[in-house]
Design a protein around this ligand. Structure first.
Ligand code: HEM
Length: 535
């Protein structure tokens, strides 16, 4: 493999890994803020237990996200130095804003939230978690503004062969980021929602104490998941329309559309090798005229196929790479303007498919656990735990599609923008040897593997600990420490949810269903006792 391939593998591995943490932090932080708000408003100890339990998992995940995010920044300078020089003048502003928001606002308020449980007035403490979660969303906006600029460069002029920023406002209001931002945030909610549903359903299955906590978490997760998937479909449709105008080759690659069609049908599923240049052997299940609608809101728009687009790209951006030793094996070779079609075609479908499965399983779990029921078969455990992975996979395929679909460009030319503001990926890499890149690729993959192990270990440990592990006065009993399904309590009897206005009254959470004798937790802790517990 040459430097370019190794650098791309390194970028893909580190980025997909980093983006497992990011959406969970964004989605979960807002849900935890909502849970804490419910507790402050109602005083119901169930909401405090939810805040503490999910908040603990949020913190573990946040820490891993920061560690892997910092590596991202280093690798740009290390492996993609030509790219960093090219985009430096544009990215300086949004990335500085991201740094300020992430390091000052996000970290400060997170620290205040962690250590402020027994020190800050309740409402001030609540404001901290809101400030933290809103800052994490703001920092995502700035990163996406930078990424969207690479998909659709705006707000620049070309000076000495490099783009120079002349309007940060244009970069921050790029229509590409205005569509990508809500899509990514809905994706983050889909991840957090499935996390809640999967873990809470598993706790119910094993007969853990604190049943009201898990039932409310399943409900919250399911409805957030359904709204998130609806939001993803609406914002994804907007992105498709922009893609049609801004990156026609990516549009054709999403469909593996070889020949121009008018009206164009949407391929739901294909049998055969979609990478074949002549496409003749591919059998596809299609919905007539749907692609025209996705592209342009009507059922007759012509969508250009790869065969017609390639000559257009060749005319505008050249047929061969320049002869330049920095281009390695590609020096002087013909430019391949067609992305890797099986990746783009299936990536697009897997993004949508995994998102749909995630929302669907949420609804199924909600129905299966209705009215205090809990299925006891092992299949339910696998359904619950397996569904956690689905939106993570959906997000990963979304990014893989987005980034692979713009190849061979790293900065895609804007069809109506300034001439010359684009960059081939082959030009973007550092002047390193394959051995150097291979070393960092292996090292980072190993380090990330260890970090993944640490994250899974910690999350597993705190999940198994249940509410009792994070909130004193809860019942650790029930078969929660074991793995099998508990015998279950009497669902819905008694004051399980804790209706009193004293926070931490102990009713409900840890009422000891399953094997435990029950009701042990109702020791009537005062709110101050609860608040005195910091993470
Ligand atoms: C339901 C229908 C959906 C449609 C029509 C859709 C459409 C799109 C399109 C067109 C893009 C590429 C934008 C570009 O490269 O310019 C994209 C990217 C992406 N999608 Fe989806 N999507 C859908 C569902 C999902 C789901 C369910 C998830 C996650 C669970 C998801 C996560 C992502 C991510 C992370 C990206 C990359 C970031 C971005 O450009 O926003 N999408 N989607």
């Amino acid at each position: 493999m040459d430097v370019l391939d190794l650098a791309r593998w390194q970028f893909g591995i580190t980025t997909v890994y980093h983006f497992l943490m990011v959406p969970l932090t964004i989605g979960l932080s807002l849900l935890v803020a909502g849970m804490q708000t419910a507790w402050v408003r109602t005083g119901d100890r169930k909401y405090l237990a939810m805040t503490k339990f999910w908040g603990k998992l949020l913190l573990i995940n946040f820490a891993m996200g920061v560690v892997t995010g910092i590596v991202q920044e280093f690798q740009f300078g290390m492996t993609w130095s030509a790219y960093s020089r090219f985009v430096g003048d544009v990215f300086g502003a949004p990335l500085a804003m991201e740094g300020l928001v992430a390091f000052f606002v996000e970290s400060t308020f997170l620290g205040l939230w962690i250590f402020g449980w027994d020190r800050l007035p309740r409402k001030a403490h609540l404001a901290c978690v809101w400030a933290f979660s809103l800052a994490s969303i703001a920092s995502a906006y700035f990163i996406l503004a930078a990424n969207s600029w690479m998909q659709h460069p705006v707000g620049v002029e070309l000076v000495d062969g490099r783009p120079r920023l002349n309007s940060i406002w244009a970069v921050l209001t790029n229509n590409t980021v205005l569509a990508a931002f809500p899509h990514t945030i809905f994706g983050a909610f889909a991840v957090a929602a499935a996390f809640l549903v999967g873990i809470a359903a598993w706790q119910l299955w094993r007969g853990n104490a604190d049943e009201p906590v898990w039932r409310s978490s399943v409900k919250l997760g399911t409805w957030v998941g359904v709204v998130a998937f609806t939001g993803l479909a609406i914002t994804g449709d907007l992105q498709g329309k922009l893609m049609f105008e801004q990156q026609p080759m990516k549009m054709a690659a999403a469909e593996a559309l070889c020949h121009t069609e008018s009206p164009a049908s949407f391929s739901v599923f294909a049998v055969g090798d979609v990478s074949r240049p002549d496409c003749e052997d591919v059998k596809s299940i299609t919905v007539p005229a749907l692609l025209s609608f996705l592209a342009h809101n009507d059922f007759s728009t012509e969508v250009k196929g790869i065969d017609d687009l390639v000559p257009m790209y060749q005319e505008k951006y050249g047929t061969n790479y320049p002869v330049d030793e920095r281009l390695g094996e590609l020096s002087g070779k013909p430019i391949d303007y067609v992305p890797v079609l099986p990746v783009t075609y299936w990536g697009f479908r897997l993004m949508i498919g995994f998102g749909a499965i995630s929302a669907g399983v949420g609804l199924l779990v909600l129905w299966l656990t209705r009215g205090g029921r809990t299925p006891r078969g092992r299949w339910f455990r696998w359904l619950a735990l397996g569904s956690i992975a689905t939106p993570f996979l959906g997000n990963s395929f979304g990014w893989i599609f987005t980034e692979m679909g713009r190849q061979p460009f790293v900065v895609v030319p804007n069809p109506t923008g300034v001439d010359g503001v684009w960059m081939f990926t082959a030009r973007a890499v550092s002047n390193s040897t394959p051995g150097e890149v291979l070393t960092s690729l292996v090292a980072l993959t190993l380090v990330y593997g260890v970090l993944a192990g640490v994250e899974v270990f910690l999350i597993r440990r705190y999940v198994r600990g249940g509410v009792a592990g994070v909130l004193p006065g809860s019942d650790p009993g029930g078969p929660g420490s074991g793995d099998g399904p508990g015998s279950g309590g009497e669902p819905g009897t008694g004051d399980r949810a804790g209706s009193g206005d004293r926070a931490g009254s102990g009713d409900g959470v840890g009422s000891g269903d399953g094997a435990g004798p029950g009701a042990k937790a109702g020791s009537g802790d005062e709110a101050d006792d609860v608040l005195s517990f910091a993470y």
